[in-house]
Design a protein around this ligand. Sequence first.
Ligand SMILES: [Zn+2]
Length: 183
Amino acid sequence: MSRLPTIDEYPERYRFRFCPRCATPLAIVELHALPRQRCPACGWIHYPQPNIAATVVILHQGGVVLVQRDIEPDRGIWHLPIGHVEYGEDPAEAAAREGEEETGLRLAAPRFLTYTHSPSYGDPLLYYLVFSFVSESIGGTLTGSHEGRNTRVVPLAELPPLKWTSQQAAVAALRAAADDGVP
Ligand SMILES: [Zn+2]
């Protein structure tokens, strides 16, 4: 098992000094053999969580849909549609929602491919849990450019190397499934 980050290795956004519920300074206590930040006034305990995201390989007109990133970091790279899973949202629904928003296509119900758990490129202290899916387009119109985002369709065999770990894993899982005869 990999070593867990200690409290002083939490990403900036998780470095709390005061209780977010009652603003009392937090104390450090040991709970189940791990140091935790706990509020001595109301009992709130800080359990940091990874960011959770969903990405989708969209099969469309004989290829895979890539979108061009229009914000930093990594502005300009081509990637699979990806976005954060909203609180209470099923990751498969998040994958469909992000895929449809970013491409203009309508998608069949996404099928699970794999997941990755890895540090963010933007902040290596922040972990991402990314669920990867595959789906077919079933309608809509691929937007050549949408909200400043460009799209293109590339045959799976000619897909360029994708930068993000989650997307490399999604493509590898899809190719493995294709090799096994599962389209
Ligand atoms: Zn409190």
